[in-house]
Design a protein around this ligand. Structure first.
Ligand code: GLY
Length: 431
């Protein structure tokens, strides 16, 4: 009898993880809560209409169905303590404990940990009340100091809690939203103010079992909505992996991952799960912007296209603290992922309900697989239902080939008002 597995989340990351998990001969049934129209179409998968944040209902479901292993995609159930809850019921689950998840869910904890173990990160101050924050902003921008600063809500804010401020006026606007209007709720009760770091963004995930870890190839997300990195930030408009010019894996191991894991071990909260430092290149070296405690989205989409060995086996061994006994086998080529978004995204009033065509045609092209995020079946017709709608991924022997194939897939797909960046990976092709 195969294993019953539960995957928590409903975006493109979870479709990619589900697609890869379905290839494991050891899985007989994969439940995805809540899943999306893409996961529903996979063999072995059954979507379960339970929200990822309803951790009590998820635990009850896992107990009732005899789920043998749970994998958590999204950040908020981790921050709510899903791992502690499942473990208290002797349910096997992959992810960090609530306390360890603070590396993502509390920017204050994360920055203080980085400082204590000397991980390279921008200098920072913690602001915990509005009047003091205003005084600090006056001091910073008073002396004709034009260096931008970044204000970040300490808590989780759906990726929207960071403000790059280039003037005193912009700081006041950010503080007003965070601390007076409280648009991100209690996430903005404490705010981290740090120096702005300019440079290319990189991420290198590490799968950690509490003592040892396995470092992934590098990946690069493209956050701004428009070509040339213009416009407001989004959840991610496309990714490539590996990044051909990035050759700092030893530095990431020795100066970032290992000190952080040791620091968390020291604090009594060893990290188990996916540790994903968001990095920026400053003067040729990586600096940590933030840590995430889960797979990136859309980084998971390119990682799953390159991951060749059995995903379930590795993740299962990770929970047992046996990561050293497994070896992830990676495709030696490249992967690219292009996000197709709704009209007006990233504004929250993006258009919904637009019929989507061409996915089968895209997937008939060499190397192309399409992952869903904001899609829904209505009366047998696939329609848009979110800001980021689809992720068109492709693998290739070279980065150029992977990107070319992914865009060939994009050109087959159509829905009214669709927008996508035309320059994903271009910076790395020109290097
Ligand atoms: N790639 C951005 C994120 O997952 O947070």
């Amino acid at each position: 009898m195969g294993k019953k597995v539960l995957l928590v989340g409903g975006g493109g990351r979870e479709h990619a993880l589900a697609w890869k998990l379905c290839q494991s001969p050891e899985i007989s049934e994969l439940y995805v809560a809540p899943g999306n129209a893409g996961t529903e179409g996979l063999t072995k998968v059954r979507n379960v209409p339970i929200k990822a944040t309803n951790i009590l209902a998820l635990a009850a479901f896992a107990l009732k169905e005899g789920i043998e292993f749970t994998i958590v995609g999204q950040d908020d159930p981790l921050a709510l303590g899903i791992v502690d809850l499942f473990q208290s019921h002797k349910l096997r689950i992959l992810g960090p404990s609530k306390m360890a998840t603070r590396i993502e869910s509390s920017k204050v904890y994360s920055k203080e940990l980085m400082r204590s173990v000397r991980v390279p990160t921008a200098p920072f101050t913690v602001l915990d009340n509005y009047p003091n924050a205003v005084v600090l902003a006056q001091e910073h921008f008073g002396n004709k100091n034009l260096r931008p600063i970044v204000l970040k809500a300490s808590g989780l804010a759906l990726g929207k809690g960071a403000y790059v401020c280039r003037s005193y006026k912009e700081v006041l606007h950010a503080l007003d939203e965070l601390m007076i209007q409280r648009i991100h709720g209690s996430a903005g009760d404490k705010v981290v103010a740090e120096e702005f770091v300019d440079g290319q963004e990189i991420s290198v995930h590490a799968l950690c079992d509490g003592t040892s870890y396995e470092l992934f190839p590098s990946a690069q997300d493209h956050k701004p909505i428009y070509d040339g990195d213009e416009g407001p930030n989004t959840g991610g408009m496309g990714t490539i992996a590996p990044v051909p010019w990035f050759n700092h894996h030893d530095f990431v191991r020795q100066c970032i991952i290992e000190p952080i894991l040791a620091g968390m071990q020291r604090d009594g909260h060893p990290f188990v799960g996916l540790l994903y430092p968001g990095l920026k290149m400053r003067e040729g070296w990586p600096v940590v912007l933030e840590f995430n405690a889960r797979f990136g989205d859309p980084e998971a989409q390119v990682y799953m296209r390159l991951w060749e060995s059995d995903l379930l086996k590795t993740l299962w061994a990770c929970v047992d603290g046996r990561l050293r006994e497994t070896k992830i086998k990676w495709n030696p080529g490249y992967a690219a992922c292009i996000t197709m978004a709704s009209a007006r995204y990233p504004s929250p009033d993006y258009k919904k309900g637009m019929p989507i065509t061409g996915i089968d045609k895209a997937q008939s092209l060499p190397g192309v697989v399409v992952f869903h995020a904001g899609t829904q079946m209505v009366n047998g017709q696939l329609v848009t239902s979110g800001g980021r709608v689809l992720y068109v991924t492709a693998v290739g022997a070279t980065l150029k080939e992977a990107i070319y194939r992914a865009y060939a897939g994009v050109k087959c797909i159509s829905f009214e008002g669709m927008q996508y960046r035309k320059d994903i990976g271009a910076k790395s092709l020109n290097k």
